[in-house]
Design a protein around this ligand. Sequence first.
Ligand SMILES: NC(=O)c1ccc[n+]([C@@H]2O[C@H](COP(=O)([O-])OP(=O)(O)OC[C@H]3O[C@@H](n4cnc5c(N)ncnc54)[C@H](O)[C@@H]3O)[C@@H](O)[C@H]2O)c1
Length: 275
Amino acid sequence: MLLENKVCVITGGTSGIGLGTVERFVELGAKVVIGDIQDERGREIADRLGVNAHYVHADVTQESEIEALVAEAVSCFGRLDVMFNNAGDGGDRAGMTEIGAEGFDRSMSLLARSVLLGHKFAARQFIAQGGGGSIISTASAAGIEGGWSSAAYTTAKHAVVGIVHQAVAELAAHGIRSNAISPGVIATPIMTRTFGVPMEENERFLDFLSDRIGHTQPLQRLGRPRDVAGAAVFFASDLSEYVTGVNLPVDGGATAVTQGSFAIDVVAAAAEFPA
Ligand SMILES: NC(=O)c1ccc[n+]([C@@H]2O[C@H](COP(=O)([O-])OP(=O)(O)OC[C@H]3O[C@@H](n4cnc5c(N)ncnc54)[C@H](O)[C@@H]3O)[C@@H](O)[C@H]2O)c1
């Protein structure tokens, strides 16, 4: 029971990566407060998981709702040990020559500002109670390289990594750790929504994507929420008590190698060099 009695807040915990992490954390002994905007699903999930799971409506684009979410975790379970800033969507999909200020700001407020404010309120609580704490944030392969997503999403996910680095500078002396997880392509409803496929077709669409592109990932399959949850367990648990400021890719190896044809092109060009 790696997470026995650890009180954890998980945003975006009613779907995909967040839900997979909520389930894994509860299995491992944690007490979990889920913050999300899908209230009916959230309440069903909390009921199914029992006394160690609690749902709170929290729109992470609203500062007051993040503050209230942390306060609710403390009033429900007495303290806070782990804050997982995970909620998100696909962001504004416009390209650089099309993006408008409003779409960019909306993407940043959901994908980056929420992570900063999650740090703010979790760190205040950790400092007040003493003994440090762990903050985990979902970045992305798009926070490591360009080309995985749109300009707004890529900018926001790079910002998440910046927040994690700054958190080390400002919070490590309080024993507060902050780490990011960067998923590659994980089969979750974010894909279904991003590509405008009706949610009734979610499973069929994700199976289709896995068949079509799973083999393009170095480990030969798409990721699953449980793969990301495993990394979150590490950062939430005392196994990582000397680890902070890390951005851990959970991407089947994708960001370690070039996905393009540069290497092949160089070999082909070199072979054509006139002797
Ligand atoms: N699936 C992937 O391939 C992938 C890759 C890299 C990063 N990510 C990141 O992982 C995180 C989780 O995404 P997912 O793939 O599980 O998608 P998902 O759509 O399955 O889950 C996202 C969750 O966030 C919630 N949410 C959305 N807006 C919110 C708001 N304003 N306030 C509170 N909750 C809100 C949704 O209701 C949902 O439960 C996101 O930050 C996403 O950017 C996903």
